[in-house]
Design a protein around this ligand. Structure first.
Ligand code: SF4
Ligand code: FES
Length: 249
């Protein structure tokens, strides 16, 4: 198929960007979206032009590196997949495709389609861990009973890959779905109880410090999340936060 690509080009953090048009021909429906961008870059390099910078790593939906807002949708027009899992058969010959970076104040553009998602790393560093005794007396995890309902909910929360599509989709650029998932995966397990109060307070404080907006219960994040992370995680985070604050004050 032949396509018109309208791609966000931006030389650096401090430069202003703009949409640039590229025609690309002979794209197979079996190509992935990122393979199509690889072909565009080959074309640009052959023409002596600068290739388009975009993020990717695993290309199988698990690392959270890929991003992109495609025709106005984070990770494009398919449900429960990342951009690297999107295939060109979702488009048709002659289509125009807008390709832009995730946009949020807390995710500044570094170059073209690459944004700095270091804010997520700093939130994770502020509390997304547990303390385990590794001095030789380490207990086998299977010796700690966990009820099935909590184990399943913790596992579901832990499938968040930290991609940031929730932030890019939210009209408030809120990171509460991401933080809610990270808080939930520990708060539902006995191993996460030791630091539970400081964890939720520190992670929420860091989220606010990074400049993410608040949740106004629209639910767009849940709709666009490639891993189907549920809004229930935001409600759980709010409960954990109030509980921690009440016990502290
Ligand atoms: S909650 Fe979903 S959209 Fe947000 S970072 Fe996690 S996987 Fe990505
Ligand atoms: S490149 Fe790893 S999730 Fe897309």
């Amino acid at each position: 198929m032949d396509l018109l690509l309208k791609v966000w080009r931006q030389k650096g953090r401090k430069e202003s960007g703009k949409i640039v048009d590229y025609n690309i021909t002979g794209i197979s429906g079996d190509s992935s979206f990122l393979e199509m961008l690889d072909l565009l870059n080959e074309q640009l390099i052959n023409n002596g032009e600068e290739p388009v910078a975009f993020d990717h790593d695993c290309r199988e939906g698990i690392c959270g590196s890929c991003s992109l807002v495609i025709n106005g949708q984070a990770h494009g027009p398919d449900k429960f997949i990342t951009t690297c899992q999107l295939h060109m058969r979702k488009f048709k010959d002659g289509d125009t495709i807008y390709i832009e970076p995730f946009r949020a104040k807390a995710f500044p553009v570094i170059k073209d389609l690459v944004v700095d998602r270091g804010a997520f790393d700093r939130i994770q560093q502020s509390g997304g861990y547990i303390s385990v005794n590794t001095s030789g007396n380490t207990q086998d995890a299977n010796l700690t009973p966990v009820n099935k309902e909590n184990a399943d909910a913790a596992f579901d929360a832990a499938t968040c890959i930290g991609c940031g599509a929730c932030v890019a989709t939210c009209k408030n650029s809120s990171a509460m779905l991401f933080v809610g998932a990270k808080v939930s995966q520990y708060s539902l397990l006995p191993q996460g109880q030791v630091e539970s109060a400081t964890r939720v307070i520190n992670m929420v404080n860091q989220m606010d410090k990074e400049g993410f907006g608040n949740c106004s219960n629209t639910g767009a994040c849940e709709v666009e999340c490639p891993k189907g992370i549920s809004l229930e995680n935001i409600a759980r985070m709010n409960r954990e936060y109030f509980k921690a604050k009440l016990n502290k004050d």
